[in-house]
Design a protein around this ligand. Structure first.
Ligand SMILES: Cc1cc2nc3c(=O)[nH]c(=O)nc-3n(C[C@H](O)[C@H](O)[C@H](O)COP(=O)(O)OP(=O)(O)OC[C@H]3O[C@@H](n4cnc5c(N)ncnc54)[C@H](O)[C@@H]3O)c2cc1C
Length: 448
């Protein structure tokens, strides 16, 4: 690992912004390459490991510090094809794992809505997917990992060894050390296809009706919500539920051909407005003609619909965008999530894709893991400056009042006082932070 090679002094480049492209910060970039000579980078500045920057806010940024990119640090170290345990360096992506493991009958145990994230990033945010209600988070499948800390020792940590450091590192926002490699338990599958059902609903109450039976019968559930419509279309959407297909190879459709579309430049800011957002939501809701559709689908369009457009985040223009994700506990008549959703719709600021899902009871191993039992809502907001920040803070206060919490990986605006309220294990977690590691998010939380 040549952690000091390819270093370049403070500069701002599109490549090392976060996915929401706010804020734009200056940082020094270095690269991890080889495991064999792993050394913690020497510098007076603070260090932060970085995956592919698919976090939306500033948790993957380190303003005026060093960002240690793992994009070149991509190696498989071992794969036990009998047990499905794969050992890989932290820069391996979920796409890499699917490419290698699926032909052997193994699949990711948990996946977020993009496969362009690294194993290090998936662990540090303890990411969740459409199967949270039955499978829990990514961290539940990390059997062991190696963590390099600034004392230049490599700690092998697992649910049985250095247990507290392990729990702090899962969902630990990269603050406890640099993850060098990890052992991930994959799940056995017959193919990369899913038997899915897609059901249109016309209100949030109908969503909850469908949701009640779906969680018991389907391992994967998620809904798209139209956040642009009020009145009689308020709370309409499409419920998607699926299980790994048990069909034989001969019964399956062909694998889709991958033809990535590219957004080559930032869209001008006028291209996104209430009209275009409303038109998109209308078209998306009506692309499914019947109320109920049943079909067998490949994992790519089902899990990763946005991955087909490379750099889709540039659609929001050079001012970037905010993403927002909260979870609130279920309560009487689901008052909390309805109130949050109503506030968003009435603001007329929401964007294309809003996602609604119920998290389950499976406990996350991480001290700071985000998922908790309840309903989670996730969506983008076009950056309209102060107006958007105010709306996000209103939502933050609402969520706090309903005993919910917000997801750091999606955040750019949360105040430290809310973060401390959302994450009561914070004081315990702080004992395991590496003194040479920091991030823009962490400093923001401590200074507000
Ligand atoms: C289209 C899209 C859909 C998404 N859907 C979901 C979803 O469904 N569920 C969900 O949970 N998230 C989702 N996300 C968020 C994304 O999964 C997480 O932010 C993920 O952590 C990003 O991984 P990354 O490799 O890009 O890491 P980065 O964003 O670069 O970094 C994330 C964190 O990991 C730390 N880190 C990275 N590598 C290491 C390492 N080697 N050692 C220690 N720390 C490290 C960084 O310091 C940082 O704190 C989505 C993002 C996008 C763009």
């Amino acid at each position: 690992m040549s952690s000091s090679s390819n270093s370049s002094n403070d500069f701002i480049t599109d490549k090392y912004l976060s996915w929401g492209r706010i804020p734009k910060v200056s940082q020094e970039i270095r690269y991890l390459e080889w495991l064999s000579d792993a050394k913690f980078p020497k510098s007076e500045k603070s260090i932060l490991a970085r995956g592919l920057g698919r976090s939306y806010g500033d948790s993957c940024l380190n303003e005026n510090g060093i960002l240690l990119s793992t994009e070149l640090y991509r190696r498989f170290l071992d794969f036990d094809e009998k047990t499905g345990v794969i050992r890989c360096t932290a820069g391996i992506t979920l796409e890499d794992i699917l490419d290698v493991a699926l032909p052997k009958g193994w699949f990711l145990p948990v996946s977020p809505g993009t496969k362009f994230v690294t194993v290090g990033g998936a662990i540090a945010n303890d990411v969740h997917g459409k199967n949270h209600h039955v499978a829990g988070t990514f961290g539940c499948y990390v059997k062991k990992m190696a963590l390099l800390r600034s004392d230049n020792k490599i700690y092998e940590i697992s649910p049985n060894k250095e247990i507290e450091l392990y729990k702090a590192t899962i969902g630990g926002l990269g603050l406890t050390g640099i993850i060098l490699w990890a052992d991930i338990q994959l799940v056995s599958v017959k193919s990369g296809f899913f038997d899915g059902e897609f059901i249109k609903f016309s209100s949030l109450d109908e969503f909850f009706e469908i949701n009640k039976e779906s969680g018991k019968k389907f391992d994967y559930t998620v809904s798209w919500l139209d956040c642009a419509s009020q009145g009689e279309n308020f709370g309409r959407g499409i419920y998607m539920r699926a299980n790994h297909s048990q069909k034989d190879f001969s019964e399956l459709p062909k694998d889709p051909i991958k033809l990535p579309l590219i957004v080559p430049f930032n869209f001008p800011s006028w291209t996104l407005n209430n009209f275009t957002v409303k038109a998109f939501n209308f078209a998306y809701y009506n692309k499914q003609f019947s109320k109920f559709v049943k079909k067998t689908v490949h994992y790519d369009p089902f899990f990763y619909p946005l991955d087909v457009v490379k750099d889709w985040n540039k659609i929001y223009g050079k001012n970037g965008f905010y993403q927002y994700q909260c979870v609130v506990p279920r309560d009487d008549n689901d008052k909390a999530i309805k109130e949050v959703f109503k506030t968003i719709v009435e603001s007329r600021s929401a964007s294309f894709l809003a996602v609604l899902k119920e998290f389950g009871e499976v406990k996350s191993p991480g001290m700071l893991s985000f998922p908790a039992p309840g309903i989670t809502l996730c969506l983008d907001f076009i950056n309209l400056g102060e107006k958007t920040v105010k709306l996000l803070q209103t939502l933050e206060d609402l969520v706090k009042g309903f005993n919910g919490k917000m997801y750091p990986s999606k955040d750019t605006c949360m105040r430290g006082s809310s973060f401390r309220a959302f994450y009561p294990n914070l004081n315990e977690f702080k004992k395991y932070i590496d003194p040479k590691i920091s991030s823009s998010f962490w400093r923001r939380m401590n200074n507000s």
